[in-house]
Ligand binder design. Structure first.
Ligand code: COA
Length: 175
């Protein structure tokens, strides 16, 4: 059974395979980890470079990678040592996140899509959001992102409105 787990160097080989799936399908590898990973993409083939990426992701609970970002918990969705996707929980909403970004961002590697992974991954994140003090999680997606919309709605997303090309949903993280 796949589960959410902390980034770890043991996923190195599988992570690189996932990156290749993104580049081979012409998808932006930034979707894998969010923006601003360029510096790590230059070195993540090497064990030291990958370890630096993992360290940065783990430290982001206290040290956001950019000054305008909030603290977040970065998690990987994995089965054994196979990396399937990633999910990040932003601990609070900045004005930008409240309008567009939301609390949670996620992506599934191309080779693992359309098998319910994202739906299960978002569901698994909700108790963790609750634990972080987020009673209602804002989750957004592009208006034309049908897959993500289904993922959000399958997890109880209540549609609020559309802002700047984003659909905004709230999900209760507990009873
Ligand atoms: C969006 C994304 C996370 C979905 O991952 P996934 O594991 O394929 O999603 P699921 O298998 O849980 O599919 C959920 C639903 O979307 C549907 N779906 C999946 N991909 C689809 C596609 N390309 N077009 C239409 N529907 C699609 C599935 O059939 C399923 O529908 P169902 O509930 O009616 O059966 C994945 O496509 C992705 O990583 N995209 C790039 C990053 C991204 O958009 N992240 C979300 C940001 S808000």
């Amino acid at each position: 059974m796949p589960r959410l787990t902390s980034p770890d160097v043991r996923f190195h080989a599988s992570f690189l395979a996932a990156v290749r799936e993104f580049t081979e399908t012409d998808l932006d590898a930034a979707a894998l980890l969010g923006e601003d990973v360029g510096v790590y993409a230059r070195t993540w083939e090497e064990p030291e470079g990958f370890a630096a990426l993992v360290d940065m992701l783990l430290a982001e609970t206290e040290r956001p990678r950019r000054p305008d970002w909030v603290e977040m918990t970065n998690l990987w969705w994995a089965e054994d040592d196979t990396f399937l996707g990633r999910l990040s929980i932003r601990h609070r909403l900045s004005p930008y996140l409240l309008e567009f970004g939301g609390h949670i961002g996620y992506a599934v590697r191309p080779g693992a899509r359309r098998r319910g992974q994202a739906t299960a991954m978002l569901g698994a994140a909700l108790p963790l959001c609750r634990h972080l003090g987020i009673d209602r999680a804002l989750v957004t997606c592009d208006t034309d992102n049908i897959a993500s919309r289904k993922v959000i709605e399958a997890n109880g997303g209540e549609f609020e409105d559309q802002r700047g090309g984003k659909l905004r949903y709230w999900i209760r993280t507990g009873n």
